[in-house]
Structures are given as structure tokens and as C-alpha cells.
Design a protein around this ligand. Sequence first.
Ligand code: GLC
Length: 444
Amino acid sequence: MQFFTALQSFWSVFRRLPRFIRYLGLLAIGILYMVLVAASPVAPQQPVTLQLLMSAPDVPPWTKYMVKAFEASHPNIRLQIVEGPNNVSLLEDMYTTAFLLGDSPYDLVTMDVIWTPKFAAAGWLVDLTEQFSPQDLAAFSPTDVNGGRYQGRLYRIPVRSDVGMLYYRKDLLEQAGLAPPKTFEDIATLSKVLQDRQAVRWGYLWQGKQYEGLSAMFVEVLKGFGGFWVNPETLEVGLDRPEAIRAVQFLQDTINQGISPPGVTTYVEEDTRRLFQNGQAAFLRNWPYAWPLLNEETSPVKGKVAIMPMVPAAGQQGGSCLGGWGLGIAKTSKHPKEALEAIRFLTSEPSQQKFVMEAGYVPSRQNLFNKPQITAKYSYYPELFKVVQNAVLRPPIAQYAQTSDILQRYLSAALTNQKSPEQAMKAAAEETRRLLAAGKKSQK
Ligand code: GLC
């Protein structure tokens, strides 16, 4: 009240002063205000928020273990995770659309190992070459680092590696007195035995939907039958060779013989993992992230599952597909400095170790595979290191995205019995050759 009375009496005096004096007075008050603001302690800075989009199964480990740890050590930066779809091809489309529209909300780009050529060529990523020394990079698996390079420049730092693995119900095999499979043929035979004994509804689950996961799964079967997709040096295409046709035939047979459910042609990783976790199948092809989930407290198959490297066809050498995820910085980000700080933290050894311990991820830092804390929890990690070293790459070529689209389309046609494996693979090979030849011409 007193304040208002004082203000009123000040105003009645002030308005009676000559106009010139009033203006001078107002000016003085303005200057005084500015001096006070300048002298006051700096107003606390608003933290910078970095947005990143990732596939749905990655969100829980990131939010549970990584965001809090990062924000605690970087009070000036917030990480805002946007949950994307399970299907990684849709995730890629979401990033692509955001970048094409020009005003992408994403600062950090969570990138699959095969996205770098496309994203870097389009000019969507910050060049990180000068930010990471050869010594920094030497700690990572070389193939994971190479997955982040495009035309000799570095655009993506690995957060984790990935390799396709075979999971099986060791309890069911033991009860039936059967040994684990050594070949694809064994998977089919053992599946039928367990299905006949009604131990299990389905034999083998794999990712058969028309998306990137189908290409990743297929390179393993292809390698297991002794075939190849595209030779990255010569751009020779191997899809119409007998080995490739046999690989498709094997997958088609698993469906036609009732070993795999017909729905397998619509499944991505999480569909297969859930079905297997519910005890519906004997064998599962999936990535190592599935291990902690299959063994969580509430899992019906907890303690009943074993994991092993992907098997080949009889008489052949097998190979797991190399996957993996890394971080890049979007060119449109307004906070590249903070984004770089986040990348350093999230790809560091302590962060990777946390990801491995909590989410079963495959590290891209080589020393972690044999670290005692890790092997105490996951005894198969030293073996996993060898699997990563011998993994099959999806062809690291500039036109990978279109090459994979072609393969997915024709594989899908064969798996849904719209084309024979031979017809499908002949057409896929021809279309791939045309694409790569056009690419060669345009480079001349
Ligand atoms: C996993 C792999 C990735 C692959 C994807 C396919 O996330 O890490 O490289 O492209 O699965 O679904």
C-alpha cells in the first residue's frame, strides 16, 4: 500500500514538471536500469537441447542409462530422444524426409552402418574428419569406423557394432537328446523333429519383411551358401548365380514346409523376438540386443536359450552380417559444438561399457570384448569379437540404398511365392547391373 501511495505522490510531482525535465528524468531512469542490468550477475544460461531420433527398441536403454549420465555431466546440454519406428527403413525415411524438407529438428543423427554414403553425399552431415585423430579412431573396430567414411572423409562415429546371431532353445534340444545345429539343413531337420514332438509351434524365425532387415538377414544365408551380392571393387553382381538361388530356395522352403510361419514375410526383428520369447519357436535369427530381453525376469524363456554364430550350409563357411549404429551431426543443427561434445561422451569407453552391460549391445571399442566385467556377464563376448572380425558386409558402395531396395523387392516376391527363386534372382541381378552401370557412366 505504502508503495502505491509513494508512487502516486511521485507521479503528481513528476507530471507537473516541465516537459524537458520529464524527458531528462525518463532518460536517466533508462540509463540507470541498463547499468543495473549490466552489473548484475549473468542470468543463468538456458541449456541447449539436442534432439535425436532413434528406432523404438533403442529408446529404453538410451533413456534409462545414457541420457541421465550425460546430462549430469553436461548441465548445459539436454538430450531429447524422439522414438521412431521398429523398422529401420522407416527410420531412414523419417530422417530423409526431415532433411529434404530443409528444417530438420534433429541435431544428432543416429545412423545405421550403411547410411553414411547416402547421407554424406546429400550434404546432410557435418564433416568430422578433423575432430577425431587416428589415435582416437584406433580404439574402434576398423570396419565400424569405415562404415562412417565417405570419399575419404569421416561423418559418423560408432556407438556400437552389431552382428546377426542364431538363438536356440537349448532346453528343448536337450530334452530331445539333440545337438545344436551346425548347418542350415540342421536347422530345418531339428525344427521338424521338435515340431513333430509338439515341443514347439514353429521351427525357425527370421526377418522376412520387405525392408533393410531382409537384406541384412539374406547376406548371411547368401554367404552361408557360398554366394555374394555385389563385389565392391569390381561391381560384379552375384545374385543370379546358383549359390544365390539356393539361398533363396532355402528360405522359401522354410515357409512352404511350415518350419517358419507364413507371417515371417511381414516380420521385423521385434516381431520375431516376441514370438520366440513367448516360447513359440525353436530357432531365431536376431541381433545380440535380444539376449537381455529374452533373459529378463518376466521372460517365459529365461535361462532356456543359447546363442551362437550364424551357421552355413553344409560344407561352407558361414558369416554374420555386420550391422551397427553411430552418431553424426546434422548440417542444419544450430548446436554443432554441443552435438560434438555429446558424440564424444556417448561413444566413449564408459558409455559403451554401460550400453553393453545393460542392453547387450555389441561394442565397437575393441578392448571391451575381453573386459572382465563384461565377460563375467556375457561369457560369449570374446567369441563375438571373432564373429565381428569375420562378419559379412553389405556392399559398401555409393548406390547401396537403391541396390538394397532392388534386392528386398525381388526377395519378397520369391518369399511370397509370386516368383520362383530363379526368376526373382535373375530379375534382381539384371536390375542391379543396370543401376550400377548407370552409376559408372555418370561418374565418367
Ligand atoms: C540392426 C543392425 C543394422 C541393420 C538393421 C536391419 O539394427 O544394426 O545395421 O541395418 O538391424 O534391420
